[in-house]
Each structure stands twice: as structure tokens, then as C-alpha cells.
Design a protein around this ligand. Structure first.
Ligand SMILES: [Zn+2]
Length: 219
């Protein structure tokens, strides 16, 4: 299979929510901030059971927010042009993701369904799953994450259509605030043929399932 690097891109639409440059605190400063929050919760960070907690939290943050260190456009640059004329929908269903809401830093856990209608270029399916993680591993709101995934695919692959549907549960709604478990939030972004052509839209929705109809297990 021949591989080609996509031509350099001029992104016509800014990808909102790109990492901003802020001074990164030292690890010690970050751990001290965790000790402050422990005191805010009403406990003693010097207590034996909590001694290692700041270090663990800071390490967990590196994992939760690893998406800031990755470039989603560069991730998709390596595409395949030899498709033997394949011009039907490519869909990836049920990509599980874990993210954190930017309002409460509470987990958002759910599934992403991604589909596109290729125009000459396709991309490896593992790249689609990694693209989801690049945006999930940041402070997010579900609507923004949906648009970011769709817009990046649209910009880099320049396909005939892109569809992204996300179904997720927000722990800031289940464990605090209104305390309403069992609610799934569904967001979608359709571009190109999936936005403009009702038949294509129906076809892609049939492939990636009825939004809201899927069960979210283990959330
Ligand atoms: Zn929230």
C-alpha cells in the first residue's frame, strides 16, 4: 500500500480550544495545590493516609490531560491514498473515552462514533481512536469535543462528509449538583454530505446507531 503525507494544510477554521501557553507550575507547586484542596476539604494533608496523595494526583493529571501535549493535525497527516476506488462510508463505533468537564474537573465517560465519506484519502482506524483521545484528554465540554473531532477530520482528510456522535454521562451531574444519574448526553456534528444530503445522513446514522439508543455500560 502506498503511503502519502498530506500536503501542508492551511486550516480555514481555527480549532477552538487549542492549548494555550501558560506558565507550567513545578511539580512541587502542583503538589502543594493538592495539599491546599485537601485542607479545603477539611482533612490534614500530613495524615499518613494522605501523605502520598498529592504525588499520585499530580501523576494522574499527567495521564488525564496528556492530550495537551499532542498535535491532532500531525496525528492524521499520514494518510493512505490507495483505496482501490473505495468510496463508501468508513465508520468506527463505540470508541470509549474518558474526559473531564472543564467546569468541575469531573469525569465525562462515554462513547464516540466517528464516520466519514472518503474523497481519495483514508486514514488508519487506530488514528481515529487516537484522535478521540487527543481531545478527550483535555479539559472539555462535550459540545466542543464533538466539533473538534469533526473539524479536524474535515480539515485534514478533506472528505465528502464527516459525522461525529458522542454519547456520554457527566459525573458532575451524577455525583454533585442536581444528582441525576442515568442521564446520557448526546451531541453530534455533521459536515458535508452528512449535513446536506438527507439520504447520506440517514445512511450514516443507520451505521453508527441511533444516538441515545445505545446503553452506556460501566459508567
Ligand atoms: Zn461539569
Amino acid at each position: 500500500m502506498s503511503q502519502a503525507v498530506a500536503p501542508s494544510l492551511s486550516l480555514h477554521r481555527p480549532l477552538s480550544g487549542q492549548p494555550v501557553s501558560v506558565r507550567r507550575p513545578t511539580r512541587e507547586e502542583a503538589e502543594e495545590a493538592v495539599r491546599t484542596l485537601i485542607r479545603w476539604a477539611g482533612d490534614d494533608p500530613a495524615r499518613e493516609g494522605l501523605l502520598g496523595t498529592p504525588e499520585r494526583i499530580v501523576r494522574a493529571y499527567q495521564e488525564f490531560f496528556s492530550g495537551y501535549g499532542e498535535d491532532p493535525v500531525a496525528l492524521l497527516q499520514r494518510t493512505f491514498e490507495e483505496t482501490n476506488g473505495y468510496d463508501e462510508i468508513v465508520a468506527l463505533k463505540d470508541i470509549r473515552f474518558e474526559s473531564h468537564c472543564e467546569h468541575h474537573i469531573a469525569p465525562i465517560i462515554g462513547k464516540v462514533h466517528v464516520a466519514y465519506l472518503p474523497d481519495k484519502r483514508v486514514v488508519g482506524i487506530s488514528k481515529l481512536a487516537r484522535l478521540v483521545d487527543v481531545f478527550a484528554k483535555r479539559l472539555q465540554i462535550q459540545e466542543k469535543m464533538t466539533a473538534q473531532i469533526a473539524n479536524t477530520l474535515d480539515d485534514v482528510l478533506q472528505p465528502k462528509g464527516v459525522a461525529v456522535v458522542i454519547e456520554a454521562a457527566h459525573q458532575c451531574m451524577t455525583t454533585r449538583g442536581v444528582h441525576k444519574p442515568g442521564i446520557t448526553m448526546v451531541t453530534s456534528r455533521m459536515l458535508g454530505a452528512f449535513r446536506d444530503d438527507p439520504l447520506s445522513r440517514r445512511e450514516v446514522l443507520a451505521m453508527i446507531g441511533t444516538p441515545g439508543g445505545a446503553k452506556l455500560d460501566n459508567v
